[in-house]
Every structure is written in structure tokens, then in C-alpha cells.
Design a protein around this ligand. Structure first.
Ligand code: BGC
Length: 804
């Protein structure tokens, strides 16, 4: 196996890119994640060590010149990384104070390890080799570990080693949030447990979430326990062990730090600190044993999640796709199944968007549905548990049913901020993005897609149908009858394009008849009606009784789903919203010339005292989301149901029109556009796909990745390969293929899960080979390749020629 597509290697230390690398080298296991900060570092403008517990939120209020704002943040938990050293007569190790002879940092995707090697010479001419390894254990979610190896190359003498747990951290990872309160933790316990073990227990000040970390540090010289002296250091929120050990030239000192992390929200625990202490004491003896069980867990995950590519020209594509899968699985993993967590837009990798959950799962679930559907199910349950809050929110807005928040955190209330800072102008601006009610279509869509991919009728029975019905109810109520037009309308909302928040001449924010919202509302109502036919009679009756769902209400849903208004331009093109056609064209050329980077036109225009609301421009795909989510056939059926017609050639014109007017201010934008171009213009699609691939590794949004990865774009890029170019669709109880590989792709292999079947898929430009990998217990699988159906029995292979 060529190791290269599994390794990310950095050959230098570049302070200006360290924040980005820390985000990209984050290690996590779905339960907690720790940024790839150097173990000797602290938050100093270059480094930002951060450890985040999945779903570990806390709320704080800040007085912003008289306006009190409350924010719920993903809390930066105590830093377990500190493990460093000083050579006799020198200060504590600082890369900037020595002369590096060799520097290498490697993220090993196959084994989930972060490695760093530094050879350096200090002011006294002593040459030392330093090797570090780190993991966040993928099998035992409470474990993490670090190893530090020191070899004196040309000297003998004393080394002092410090291993600490640091709870003095605050949330300061996002410069834009710096004026907001960031002190979330209070220390409960900081103590020495025994000669090797430290304990730190903290509590979040508002949510009262207790987190305990224990660290066991052991020293070995030439593989045998080392003679050393020990000292304990304690400060408020901080506890450390310092060990002094003597080394002779060429001897190998290995320091092994095993850390355990528990919280008061865990299952099967008595009390967090007690568990952390106990787990640290009983963890396997040696670091190497932990590495091997950890790496094995990753091997098992990769078997389910990997894809192999052969490219016409080998380049970094394969590696980046794996990096994206890697970060997805570190954010949501089999450990998520037993937790109450959603999938955060920026991973548990940083503090951007405060760890909140948006609609981005729409771009993430399609990959999981066909690989690890149990994860989708777990994350959908995060929504279901918050159904009472969503019902309450709908009621407060004057609607029946359920209205989920645009940004969700701990308990499912709306967590969108009320003000945000435009770093360009320095002004705090009202944030009305929570008007993106379309999240309530995304959740319905996700439930439906999960069901299509898995046929999990139990999920539908207990959770899915209830949510779909409550969402249908909400959308039917959002639609208001316009007697003059004899159509239903949805007013005062925002579409996915966050640059349009309202009309320039209207005080109230929000737009009318956003096409994406209106049509997806119709889609939800159709599925709401359909799910009634899928439920067994007794459950249907139960739900209709509990929700008081009368025939008249269902008839109303049907009526709305046939008479929703869509707004078209004069030439018959779908308009982004009512009034869009009358907006001014934007001076793209002029702005490109004036500003190097025009991704964030909202900030640029606000700083100029202008607003995007006046122009035909968008941050990201809006109308085109429809072509991303719905097949051409489905879209045609929906339009017909509404009594509208769209000539097939109009799709191409619509794509062209909106693509030209999009600044791609969200990394999600490239995913959607690459998708809608996949069959229309393969070269353009591949170009956009390549841009999505670079979103995070090259930090195309200019400084945002260091605050957290963009998980939607990461998963979306993998899904472009998995579904867009293979034409895989799950609908109507059938698995469909319609491959159309870009020229750059010579071959693609992966195995997918569909209902109870596991299928090996092997695609070249000329053939599609499908192999049934499931057991004889399950029947053959009917699949459709370019509209022709065939039967695939278990353990057999079918090779289907793919003509041009
Ligand atoms: C995008 C949203 C997205 C959010 C979180 C915003 O920039 O406009 O569509 O949900 O980021 O990723």
C-alpha cells in the first residue's frame, strides 16, 4: 500500500500557518477532540490549544455597550496536552529559541496519529532529538495519550520533564468574539492522585457540566522505568508534575502520558472525577499497546468509510478526500450513537460558530447514509429529543407543528446570535439569519433520505414520522392564502443565500416567496402525506390521536402542496425570491479589481455603507439547491403538481444565471455548484470540486479554517465523488446508478450499504462492477443502472458495460 495518500506531512514550522495546521491536525473520536497544538504551547497568537467535548456547551452574557447579549458556546475544556522539558541550564523548550536541524509534523490518517520530530541544537551546542506521538483513542472514547521521546545526541546531563493539566483556559479562539465573555470554567479539584497521576476537575459556570481529566505520566530510559525525582506544582486551575532524570549521550528517554476524560453527562458512570482517576490507574501499561488498539479501531472504520481512486494524473486529491473522511469520523463516530449530539458545522475542532448545529447535516448525511447509517440515525435523534422546544418555538411564532432553530446547541432553543461583528467595519450588525426557516425542510429531507437508504421502519415508527408530521404542519401554517393570486405564499423568511436578509426599502427583515423554501415546503407536505401511508395502522392511529391530526388538516396540506406560489422571471426562470428580478446587477468586475478577495461581499458592502440586499448577488446556492437535492424527475413532478411548467433547457440557463451571480462566500456553495454541473459540464464541475477540496487545506476563506474545519464542505466533497459522479440515488425503494466519471477519474471503488445489503462498487469509464457482499440470509438486491434493472445475488458480481 502506498502510504502517501494516508499522510499529511509538514516539513517546516510556519508560525503564520500554525493555527490552520492545528485545526487540520485535530484528533478526536466523536466524544472529544483536541486541536493539533504543540504540547509545549499555549494560546499566544500563534498557537491555540483547544479540547472540546462533543456537545459541551455553556451560556454566558456580555454587555456590549448597553446591549446585553447571551451566547451559548462550545467550551474550551482543560488542556491535557502540556508535556514538555528543559535541559539543564536552559529554559523550557521553545522551538523559537533553538536552532532546528530537522522538523517534521505528520498526520497519519490511517492510524489516527499525530507525529512530530524535531532535531535541534541549543545555545550550548547540545544536539537533541525530540519525537512526539499523540492519539485520541478511537476505541476507548475516554482515553488519549502522548509520548515524548528525547535522545541526547552529543551530551549527557539532567532533563526536567513537566506534565500538566491546565484548566486556566478560556474561549478565545475566534478574534471576532473577543469582546464577548469567554470564561466558562470553574475549578473544582486540582490534585495529585499518586506519584504518577494528576487530576483536574472543572465545571462549566452555567450549564454545570462537570469534566474531569486525569493524567498518568511515566518515564522510561532505554525501555525500563526510569529513576527520577518528582515535584508537584499547583495553581488555581492547574496541576503539574515535574520529574528530573539523568541521561547519558545516546540514551532514549520516553515519557508516556495517558489521559482520561469523563463528564457528568456520561452513561455508566458514578462521578466524573472518580471514573477519570480509576481509568488512568487501570489503563494499559504501555503507550504502544494503546496505539495498536487505537489504530485497529481506525482500520475497522476505514473499511466502512474509505474510497479508492485512480486518477488520470496522480495528485493530492485522494489524500484530501481521506482527510475529509477522517475529520468527519472524528466529529461523528460510533461513539456518537450513545450520545445526545448533533453534527456541528465546524467540527469539534475550534470555536467558530460556537460549535452550533445548522443545516449542514444536509451535506453530511448522504455520505453517512450509505456507509455508517447508524450515525445518521443517532444524529437525527438529537433533533427528535428537541422536538418539544421546536413545538414551543413554532407556537411562539404563531404556528402549530414544530419549528427547529437555525442554530442549535444544548437544549434546542434558537442559538443564533442577535448581533455579529463585521471585522471589516468594526460595527456590530443585527443578525437575522435565524429567519432561515428552510432548516425545517432540511430536517424532513434528512429523515426521508435516511429512510430511503436504510428502510429503517423502526426509526420512522418511533421518531421519524412524528417529526415529518410536525414539520408538515408547520409548513402548511407558514403558507398564507393570497386570494388575488389564488395561491399560497410564504413571507418574511430567508433562503440559504445569507446575503439577502430583506428588502432595501422595508424595515422588517425577511423575503417573500423564496423559491427554495416554497418548493421544499411542498416537498415536505408531500412526504408528510406519504408517511401516513407507510405507518402500520396502530401507530398511525396513535400519532393522529396524539397530534390531533384531523382529515380536514390533511386535506389542507394536500391543497397547499398543490397551490403554493412560485415566482418566475419574465423569461420563465425560477426567481430566487419575489422582487429579485428588479434588483440591480452587481459590478463584479469593479469589486474584483478593487478587493482581492470578494468571497464576503456582505462584509465589504456593509463596510461601504451599502447592502447586498440591493443587488443580484448571492453568498451561496439558493435556487440551485433544488437541483442539488431533487432529481430532474422529482422537480418536474413537483412543478406539475403546482401547475407550473419548466422547459428542460431552462435548467441549464438557471444554473448559468445564478452561478454567475454567486460569490461563494460559504464553502457549501462549491459543493452544490459542482453537483449541478456534474452532468452538464464535467470540466467545470471538476474545477469546482477541486476548489471545495482546497477549502480547508488552503483555507480559501482566508483565516476561517483555524477556527474550525468546514464539515459540510468536507463531507460534501466526498459525496460528490460517491454520488454525483456515480449517479447513485436511493428512491422509490430502489438503488440507482448512472455513472458519469469526470475525465480526471480513471477508476473508483468503495463499498456501500443499502438497506441490509453491502455492495462493492467498482467503476471505470467503461464498466460498472457490482459485487454483493452480504450474507446468504438476505435476498438478492434489485438495482437500476441507467434505468435498466438487474438482480444482484449475494457473493456474485455483475459487470455492466457503460456506453458513452
Ligand atoms: C452558511 C450557512 C451554513 C453556516 C454554517 C454559513 O456561512 O451561509 O449555509 O449553514 O455557514 O456552516
Amino acid at each position: 500500500m502506498n502510504p502517501e495518500p494516508w499522510l499529511f506531512t509538514y516539513e517546516d514550522f510556519a508560525p503564520e500557518r500554525e493555527g490552520l495546521r492545528e485545526a487540520l491536525c485535530t484528533l478526536g473520536n466523536g466524544y472529544f477532540a483536541t486541536r493539533g497544538a504543540a504540547p509545549e504551547s499555549h494560546a499566544d497568537g500563534t498557537h491555540y490549544p483547544g479540547t472540546y467535548l462533543a456537545g459541551g456547551y455553556n451560556r454566558l452574557t456580555t454587555d456590549l455597550s448597553g446591549q446585553v447579549v447571551e451566547n451559548e458556546d462550545l467550551v474550551n475544556m482543560p488542556n491535557w496536552l502540556p508535556l514538555t522539558f528543559r535541559l539543564e541550564g536552559e529554559d523550557w523548550f521553545d522551538l523559537r529559541a533553538v536552532t532546528p536541524l530537522e522538523y517534521r509534523q505528520v498526520l497519519d490518517l490511517a492510524r489516527g496519529l499525530l507525529l512530530r520530530t524535531v532535531r535541534f541544537v541549543d545555545a550550548r551546542g547540545r544536539r537533541t532529538r525530540l519525537e512526539q506521538r499523540r492519539f485520541v483513542h478511537m476505541r476507548d472514547k475516554h482515553l488519549a495519550g502522548q509520548e515524548m521521546v528525547l535522545v541526547p545526541e552529543n551530551w549527557s546531563g539532567q532533563v526536567r520533564v513537566r506534565s500538566a493539566l491546565d484548566g486556566r483556559v478560556i474561549n478565545a479562539g475566534v478574534p471576532r468574539y473577543q469582546r464577548l465573555q469567554g470564561r466558562h470554567l470553574r475549578t473544582l479539584v486540582a490534585e495529585e492522585v499518586d506519584a504518577q497521576t494528576l487530576l483536574l476537575e472543572v465545571e462549566t459556570v452555567q450549564s454545570r457540566l462537570t469534566v474531569a481529566e486525569a493524567a498518568r505520566t511515566r518515564l522510561f530510559v532505554e525501555g525500563a522505568p526510569a529513576e527520577h525525582s518528582r515535584e508537584l506544582l499547583k495553581e488555581e486551575g492547574y496541576v503539574a508534575h515535574e520529574f528530573t532524570v539523568s541521561l547519558t549521550e545516546g540514551q532514549r528517554l520516553a515519557v508516556e502520558k495517558v489521559v482520561t476524560l469523563y463528564s457528568s453527562r456520561d452513561h455508566a458512570v458514578s462521578e466524573a472525577a472518580m471514573e477519570a482517576r480509576h481509568a488512568a490507574r487501570t489503563a494499559p501499561e504501555r503507550f504502544e499497546d494503546l496505539v495498536s488498539t487505537h489504530a485497529q479501531a481506525w482500520t475497522h472504520l476505514w473499511r466502512r468509510a474509505d474510497l479508492t481512486l485512480e486518477l488520470a494524473e496522480p495528485n493530492g486529491t485522494h489524500r484530501v478526500l481521506r482527510l475529509h473522511i477522517f475529520h468527519l469520523l472524528q466529529t461523528v463516530s460510533p461513539h456518537s450513537i450513545d450520545q445526545d449530539v448533533g453534527v456541528p458545522a465546524r467540527g469539534w475542532h475550534g470555536e467558530a460558530y460556537r460549535g452550533h448545529i445548522f443545516w449542514d447535516e444536509l451535506f453530511i448525511f448522504p455520505f453517512l447514509n450509505l456507509r455508517l447509517p447508524a450515525l445518521t440515525r443517532a444524529i437525527l435523534r438529537y433533533r427528535h429529543r428537541r422536538l418539544p422546544q421546536a413545538r414551543q418555538a413554532a407556537r411562539e411564532a404563531g404556528h402549530p407543528g414544530a419549528m427547529f432553530p437555525w442554530q442549535s446547541g444544548s437544549n434546542g432553543r434558537e442559538e443564533s446570535q442577535s448581533l455579529h461583528l463585521n471585522p471589516r467595519s468594526g460595527r456590530w450588525v443585527a443578525d437575522v439569519t435565524s429567519l432561515q426557516r428552510h432548516i425545517n425542510a432540511a430536517i424532513a429531507y434528512n429523515i426521508w433520505q435516511y429512510y430511503q437508504a436504510t428502510a429503517d421502519s423502526e426509526f420512522l415508527y418511533f421518531h421519524g414520522a412524528e417529526m415529518l408530521l410536525e414539520l408538515s404542519r408547520f409548513w402548511a401554517s407558514m403558507a398564507q392564502w393570497n386570494p388575488a393570486l389564488k395561491r399560497y405564499e410564504i413571507k418574511g423568511v430567508m433562503g440559504p443565500d445569507e446575503y439577502h436578509t430583506g428588502y432595501p426599502d422595508r424595515a422588517e427583515p425577511g423575503l417573500d416567496n423564496n423559491t427554495y423554501t416554497n418548493l421544499m415546503a411542498v416537498w415536505v407536505l408531500c412526504k408528510g402525506l406519504k408517511v401516513l401511508r407507510l405507518l402500520p395502522a396502530e401507530r398511525l392511529q396513535e400519532l393522529r390521536e396524539t397530534l390531533r391530526l384531523e382529515d380536514s388538516e390533511l386535506a389542507h396540506w394536500d391543497e397547499v402542496s398543490r397551490r403554493m406560489r412560485l415566482v418566475f422571471h419574465a423569461d420563465g426562470m425560477l426567481s430566487q425570491f419575489e422582487g429579485y428580478e428588479q434588483l440591480q446587477e452587481f459590478d463584479w468586475e469593479g469589486y474584483r479589481a478593487r478587493y482581492k478577495d470578494i468571497h464576503r461581499l456582505d462584509r465589504i458592502l456593509e463596510a461601504e455603507g451599502d447592502t447586498p440586499n440591493r443587488y443580484k448577488l448571492s453568498k451561496q446556492a439558493d435556487v440551485l439547491m433544488l437541483f442539488y437535492l431533487l432529481s430532474a424527475e422529482e422537480l418536474r413532478e413537483l412543478l406539475e403538481r403546482l401547475g407550473y411548467r419548466m422547459e428542460p433547457e431552462m435548467i441549464g440557463r438557471t444554473v448559468e444565471y445564478y452561478l454567475q451571480r454567486t460569490s461563494h462566500g460559504s464553502t457549501l456553495s462549491g459543493v452544490v455548484h459542482a453537483w449541478v454541473l456534474a452532468r452538464r459540464d464535467r470540466a467545470a464541475s471538476w474545477r469546482l470540486f477541486s476548489e471545495v477540496l482546497h477549502s480547508d487545506i488552503s483555507d480559501v476563506q482566508g483565516g476561517t479554517t483555524q477556527e474550525g474545519i468546514h464539515l459540510g464542505a468536507m463531507a460534501g466533497s466526498v459525496d460528490l465523488i460517491q454520488r454525483a459522479y456515480t449517479g447513485i440515488e436511493v428512491r422509490g425503494g430502489m438503488l440507482h446508478f448512472n455513472p458519469y466519471l469526470p475525465e480526471e477519474l480513471r477508476r473508483l471503488r468503495f463499498s456501500l450499504r443499502y438497506h441490509k445489503h453491502l455492495v462493492d462498487v467498482d467503476i471505470t469509464p467503461d464498466t460498472l462492477r457490482l459485487t454483493g457482499l452480504w450474507s446468504d440470509q438476505e435476498p438478492a438486491l434489485d438495482v437500476c443502472v441507467r434505468g435498466k434493472c438487474l438482480r444482484l445475488p449475494p457473493h456474485e458480481t455483475r459487470t455492466i458495460p457503460l456506453g458513452p
